[in-house]
Design a protein around this ligand. Structure first.
Ligand code: ADP
Ligand code: ADP
Ligand code: MG
Length: 467
């Protein structure tokens, strides 16, 4: 195992990595921007280095690699976001003699763009969403393709992520305008305006498979996560097992997912995302490959809860050249786990980020309660800055059944206190009590279609607050 690790990230995921690294007796080296001075993860790390000016240091690969060398880091964990899926960065780490805790650059490249990933998956026999993912970007040609595929279609940036650069088109007449706007957004966000066209699945469930591979040719799956509760294509709540997913479909998806990883020459933790057509009943023929995320996911604690495993530990072990700690038949999924993301944002005003100082915070009222986990990058007194993601915490519950897990999550949400920034807590409380969520009968459009019922609309001031 490594003697130390440099964590090229911030916030809750930096805190999360520090926890495991420390348990494995590794010295933790944090880097932080001036904007993150004094942040919780910098207080937890054994060693800290400031990087860059302002807020952009986490994207400065050159400076980070130089710092890793100077600090004598044996390995580097990129977390999620920032440079975690950047193949050039992984290569620069290798050149500097620092082990990148992640997949080989070749696998990152193979999965990096949605069009080439889809082509690779098709070749490996993994079902992909019907559509056009070729090189021709002529707008007229793409419009013809959309017509052939049949509306509604989705125009999707091949370099996309976080739901950006995506436009649904319902009618031929609207195609040109939506294409232009998708390209514009993709160009601005990813520096790459190329798109693909997909059949729009009308009642889609987002179900992803966690996979893990080592350098000895072993590859396993760690079951699924249902991430269908999304707002504007961004995940809000994730759970395992996926409600109503037939065992047969789960097994077909698992086989497709490990097949996908092997086809890409994958090593380490990865997530194969699928879209499942709920209007056709979640059968074994109703799922399609969406993309592969070549890193640890925000929602990995759900998988850790049901399997009892530490995925960050597995990442370190695989990066150190060890074999996967368990065989497939030794990995079991027990009970039901749900994660809800608490954000500093204002649901009553279009979920606008609400940065500011956290004056008081109490999450998980009963400290250390069995089956409850809180992952956060903040403590009371800390400030949510406007420079980064506005996520304050992830509340994760684990119980024998889904009904028990929902009950536990509702209690956590009810007891949660965050004073200072506006938060989505009231929205989450309403969401998790919706009959559709309780019944497990939602799809990815549920939240956006029911904003008013979930309280995410302008409202009169809280009378108690006014008083
Ligand atoms: P990103 O890289 O932005 O995560 P994805 O391809 O993973 O892009 O899609 C993000 C989300 O968009 C999915 O979880 C799903 O809700 C929706 N989506 C993607 N493709 C389709 C499709 N063909 N039909 C309907 N919804 C889709
Ligand atoms: P003061 O500085 O006069 O104590 P505060 O702004 O701290 O005033 O608010 C006083 C009380 O009002 C708080 O203890 C809290 O109970 C309530 N309160 C303030 N802001 C809110 C809010 N946004 N939502 C609900 N209650 C609030
Ligand atoms: Mg995705």
């Amino acid at each position: 195992m490594f003697a130390n690790v440099l964590i090229a990230n911030r916030g809750e995921i930096a805190c999360r990595i520090i926890r495991t690294a420390r348990r494995l007796m590794m010295r933790t080296i944090a880097i932080h921007t001036p904007a993150d001075r004094g942040a919780l993860f910098t207080r937890l790390a054994d060693e800290v280095h400031e990087i860059g000016d302002g807020a952009n240091g986490y994207l400065d690969g050159e400076a980070i690699v130089a710092l890793a060398r100077k600090a004598g880091a044996e390995c580097l964990h990129p977390g999620y976001g920032f440079l975690s899926e950047n193949a050039e960065f992984a290569e620069a780490c290798a050149r500097a003699g620092v082990v990148f805790v992640g997949p080989p650059p070749g696998a990152m490249r193979a999965m990096g763009l949605k069009n080439s990933a889809k082509a690779l998956m098709q070749k490996a026999g993994v079902p992909v969403v019907p559509g056009y993912h070729g090189d021709n970007q002529n707008p007229k040609f793409l419009r013809e393709k959309a017509y052939e595929i049949g509306y509604p279609v989705l125009v999707k940036a091949i370099a996309g992520g976080g739901g950006r650069g995506m436009r649904r088109v319902d009618a031929h007449m609207e195609f040109d305008g939506q294409l232009e706007s998708a390209i514009r957004e993709a160009q601005a966000a990813f520096g790459d305006g190329r798109v693909l066209i997909e059949k729009y699945i009308v009642s889609p469930r987002h179900i992803e498979l966690q996979v893990f591979a080592d350098t000895h040719g072993n590859c396993v799956h760690l079951f699924e996560r249902d991430c269908s509760l999304q707002r504007r294509h961004q995940k809000v709540v994730e759970e395992c097992p996926a409600p109503g997913l037939p065992h047969e479909t789960r097994m077909s998806m698992a086989t497709a997912a490990t097949g996908a990883a092997l086809a890409a020459g994958y090593v380490g933790a990865g997530t194969v995302e699928f879209i499942v057509d709920a209007s056709r009943g979640l059968g074994p023929g109703d799922f399609y490959f969406l993309e592969m995320n070549t890193r640890l996911q925000v929602e990995h604690p759900v998988t850790e809860a049901v399997t009892g495993l530490d995925l960050v530990e597995w990442q370190f072990r695989v990066a150190a050249g060890e074999r996967l700690p368990l065989n497939q038949d030794e990995i079991v999924c027990e009970g039901s786990a749900i994660e809800a993301r608490v954000y500093a944002e204002d649901p009553e005003h279009n979920f606008l980020p609400s940065p500011g100082r956290i004056l008081a915070m109490s999450l998980s009222g009963e400290e250390g309660l069995k089956g409850v986990r809180v992952d956060t990058g903040f403590a009371a007194g800390d400030t949510v800055t406007p420079f980064y993601d506005a996520m304050i915490a992830k509340l994760i519950v684990h119980a024998p059944t889904r009904a028990d897990a929902l009950k536990a999550l509702n209690k956590e949400l009810d007891d949660a206190v965050v004073i200072g920034p506006k938060t989505n807590l009231a929205f989450l409380r309403a969401l998790m009590r919706s009959p559709e969520v309780v019944a497990g009968s939602f799809d990815t459009g549920f939240i956006d279609a029911h904003l008013a019922r979930l309280g995410a609309v302008p409202q009169a001031p809280d009378a108690r607050a006014v008083l």
